[in-house]
Design a protein around this ligand. Structure first.
Ligand SMILES: Nc1nc2c(c(=O)[nH]1)N[C@H]1C(S)=C(S)[C@@H](COP(=O)(O)OP(=O)(O)OC[C@H]3O[C@@H](n4cnc5c(=O)[nH]c(N)nc54)[C@H](O)[C@@H]3O)O[C@H]1N2
Ligand SMILES: Nc1nc2c(c(=O)[nH]1)N[C@H]1C(S)=C(S)[C@@H](COP(=O)(O)OP(=O)(O)OC[C@H]3O[C@@H](n4cnc5c(=O)[nH]c(N)nc54)[C@H](O)[C@@H]3O)O[C@H]1N2
Ligand code: SF4
Ligand SMILES: [Mo]
Length: 721
């Protein structure tokens, strides 16, 4: 064991909430994992994934314990255990072979994002090999939010001060399932007298506790936000002093909002005009906190929607104010992984970096000017499949299960199958790993050390290595640095990208000089000095140094510089699919048991949440002759396939709107797909656009769709009734 028997503080690493945790070690084994009530961020919040999911992931029988090499045709499921030396040498040789044959750009990486150390490792590995191309999943996650935040200049993502607010505006967020720390904070605020306004097409616990629940048609939120701005300015409820001192383009925004009187927004969104007015007045009576989620992100109109809400936050002066949205603070000298990727010390020459796939079309997303410097995923997938604009022949994937979680599963799998070489680092054999040549076993959050910023509480969190890794598992830092050293021995200048020898050295490099390492380790977190409302000293990070309601950056790209209303894909003119695809599909509803595609192999999750469900309103079910428990196939336009889901009749969704989760696959089904083409909703979606003009995000919600019953013989999961 790395730590002695007893109770140890740490930070759960299973999701980006990063709850403070206490782990009990007895007789050299982790005996219990639970919340740390003394943690200033999560304050005792915790979830079942952290309690059971992590434990079973670590000790469970489906854990991958040794590196393996494919021993039959790709995807045949035949494997041979190999040593780390063999695995990493083979990776070094195969990547260099692909590079020699097709050039450095023929290599690509895939990882969840640069929020975790694995993100920086994958990106730096590609750079060491001379390729600027790595994919992340943030175009499907918080990318629209993050880019609107950057363009507007706010810097508030993650800084919701729910605990001290008088009004929480919860938009496209289901914190009860997605973020227990935020959910507890919301309930505490409500008890302390705060009002809650929730905007969600579905009935969620956040809608149930709301003083006002607005139920729009999916993807129409920007109209509501613009009408709220209209009401607030019209009634003189905005923060005039703040607007005058710190924003740019108020007059232009006022004109734009004038085009959205509540009655028009009501017609566009389906929400009553009176409710929009009431929401505006409640929000204007601050301090108010904008709590946003994935429900208005990951969409082809996502950045404009967020811009409208971010302008609302700005004109009411709820920026960096107690009870509002706090700008992310950092200890002195602290670096995050995204900083590393933008640091000239780790940069590729501009002529190479500028060729990142998608950088020409989405410069604020992909390439050196882009948020995380990643590529545009659909453009990478097309390059793999067509060789245009250049071939991609080898890939390294870590900590992401793209054969399940990217839309267009058929194309993703075809792309993975077509590669000359694929390495995948993972904990269990996912459909992505099944298609690999080499599979590497990763450590879990009980076995490695991480440090990270916790923006809503202004602390740095520490994840403690509690135990030695099971089997031969290693951390991303460890094996990627080892691989870089092997590349160096083959003549590659990899040292520049991997100057650290140990994970500890790397973590201390990130921390800077303000945080006391001993305090951090002893306590499991550490706080630091910060100041609210310090924009007088720092300004805002935009061309004008002010919050840009009218954005110079967007104007320079020929994109609407003001927040505007772009209808959702299901209502867009030109598609003309309404007849053929009469329903609207929402995907991604979170379930407490699963984290995307994770824990699908754990018996307890499948007991609690056994089926991939499709919520159908009772009226719609009756009209279509469907009953609870029936299986249907879902289809959307432009997709290559369909997905089978089990009907759950419920008034939690609207008539005509069907709602499902994501991430389903069946570890027990035949490989290599393991159900990913059958019960995974991404098999019924397309990744090929329309795309948001800033982030390149494809729609995962507000999609036109149709559903049809399937024959008895086609019902998956052993015909389970
Ligand atoms: N248990 C669990 N927790 C998780 C995750 C998980 O997989 N499992 N995933 C984590 C990750 S990576 C993320 S990104 C977050 C996501 O979690 P959230 O940010 O909460 O996002 P979702 O659950 O996708 O959607 C939130 C709500 O948006 C609503 N919605 C859908 N379309 C619209 C719309 O057009 N307008 C509005 N206003 N609302 C809409 C949905 O009905 C839903 O109730 O959860 C994190 N937490
Ligand atoms: N249609 C549709 N598609 C979506 C979404 C949607 O709402 N609808 N949501 C999108 C969103 S918001 C996201 S963030 C992506 C998520 O997409 P992914 O990141 O692919 O999702 P996961 O299944 O969480 O992660 C997969 C792998 O992460 C690895 N991993 C790395 N570190 C850890 C760890 O510490 N613990 C565990 N257990 N596993 C780890 C495991 O090997 C696991 O197989 O999917 C996106 N895709
Ligand atoms: S919400 Fe659950 S999985 Fe996420 S950090 Fe907290 S305990 Fe871990
Ligand atoms: Mo996400």
């Amino acid at each position: 064991m790395t730590v002695p028997d007893g109770i140890h503080t740490t930070t759960c690493w299973e999701c980006s909430t990063r709850c403070g945790a206490r782990v009990t070690v007895a007789d050299g084994r982790v005996a219990a994992i639970g919340p740390n009530p003394a943690h200033p961020g999560s304050k005792g919040a915790y979830c079942v994934k952290g309690i059971r999911g992590l434990d079973e992931l670590t000790y469970g029988s489906s854990r991958l314990l040794r590196p393996r090499r494919r021993a039959g045709p790709r995807g045949s499921g035949r494997w041979q255990d190999i040593s780390w030396d063999n695995a990493l040498d083979e990776m070094a040789d195969r990547f260099l072979d692909a590079r020699a044959a097709h050039g450095p750009e023929a290599l690509a990486g895939a990882v969840s994002s640069a929020f975790f150390s694995r993100g920086a490792m994958v990106a730096l590995l590609m750079r060491a090999l001379g390729s600027p191309n790595w994919m992340m999943n943030q175009d499907l996650c918080g990318g629209c939010r993050a880019l609107s935040d950057r363009i507007t200049g706010l810097g508030i993502v993650g800084g919701e001060d729910v605990d001290h607010t008088r009004c929480a505006l919860v938009v496209g967020r289901n914190p009860q399932a997605a973020d227990p720390a935020q959910w507890m904070a919301l309930k505490r605020a409500k008890e302390a007298g705060a009002r809650v306004v929730t905007i969600d097409p579905a009935r969620t616990p956040a809608a149930d506790i709301a003083d006002l629940w607005l139920r729009p048609r999916a993807g129409t939120d920007a109209a509501i936000a613009l009408a709220m701005i209209h009401v607030i300015i019209g009634e003189n409820l905005h923060d005039r002093a703040f607007v005058e001192s710190w924003t740019r383009g108020f007059g232009e925004l006022q004109k734009r909002a004038a085009e959205f009187p509540p009655a028009r927004a009501a017609a566009l969104s389906g929400v009553a005009a009176d409710d929009i007015v009431a929401a505006a007045r409640m929000y204007a009576d601050g301090p108010s906190c904008f709590v946003s989620g994935h429900g208005i992100d990951a969409a082809s109109n996502g950045v404009q929607t967020f811009r409208a809400f971010h302008c609302l936050v700005a004109i009411t002066g709820n920026v960096d104010r107690r009870g509002g949205n706090i700008r992310v603070k950092r200890p002195r000298g602290f670096r995050n992984y995204i900083d590393i990727l933008h640091d000239p010390a780790f940069a590729l020459p501009p002529e190479i970096a500028n060729r990142t796939l998608g950088a020409d079309r989405f410069p604020l997303w992909a390439g050196p000017r882009g948020w995380q410097t990643a590529a545009h995923n659909p453009t990478v997938l097309r390059a793999i499949l067509t060789g245009e604009p250049h071939p991609i022949r080898a890939m390294h994937v870590s900590g992401v299960n793209i054969a399940v979680t990217y839309p267009g599963t058929q194309k993703v799998m075809a792309a993975l199958r077509s590669l000359d070489f694929l390495s995948v680092a993972t904990h269990t054999m996912t459909p992505t790993a099944e298609l690999a040549d080499i599979v590497l076993p990763k450590t879990t959050g009980l076995e490695e050390e991480e440090v990270s910023l916790y923006p809503s509480a202004q602390i740095v969190s520490y994840t403690r290595p509690i135990k030695e890794p099971e089997g031969e598992a290693r951390s991303d830092f460890d094996f990627t640095t080892d691989l870089a050293r092997r590349l160096e021995r083959r003549g590659v200048d990899a040292r520049r990208f991997f100057p650290w020898e140990t994970k500890r050295e790397f973590n201390r490099y990130l921390l800077g000089d303000e945080i006391d390492w001993d305090v951090l380790v002893a306590q499991g977190w550490a706080d630091f000095e910060y100041e609210l409302g310090d924009f007088g000293k720092t300004g805002f990070r935009t061309p004008s140094g002010r919050i840009e309601l009218w954005s110079e950056t967007l104007a320079g790209l020929d994109i609407d510089p003001l927040p505007g209303y772009v209808p959702p894909r299901s209502e867009r003119a030109g598609g003309d699919t309404r007849g053929e695809y009469p329903l609207v599909l929402l995907t991604g509803a979170r379930e407490k048991t699963y984290h995307h595609s994770r824990y699908r192999d754990q018996a307890w999750t499948r007991k609690v949440s056994p089926f991939p469900l499709l919520q159908v309103h009772p009226d719609t079910a009756e009209r279509l002759g469907l009953a609870d428990g029936d299986w249907v196939a879902v289809e959307t336009p432009g997709a290559d396939g369909r997905c089978k889901l089990r009907v759950a009749v419920t008034a939690n969704t609207q008539p005509g709107v069907v709602r499902t989760g994501m991430g389903w696959w069946l570890p027990e089904a035949a490989g290599p797909e393991r159900g990913a083409l059958e019960v995974n909703v991404n098999a019924a979606l397309s990744y090929d656009g329309p795309w948001d003009p800033v982030t390149g995000s494809a729609d995962t919600r507000g999609l036109p769709c149709r559903i049809a019953p399937i024959a008895e013989a086609e019902i998956p999961m052993g015909n389970t009734a």
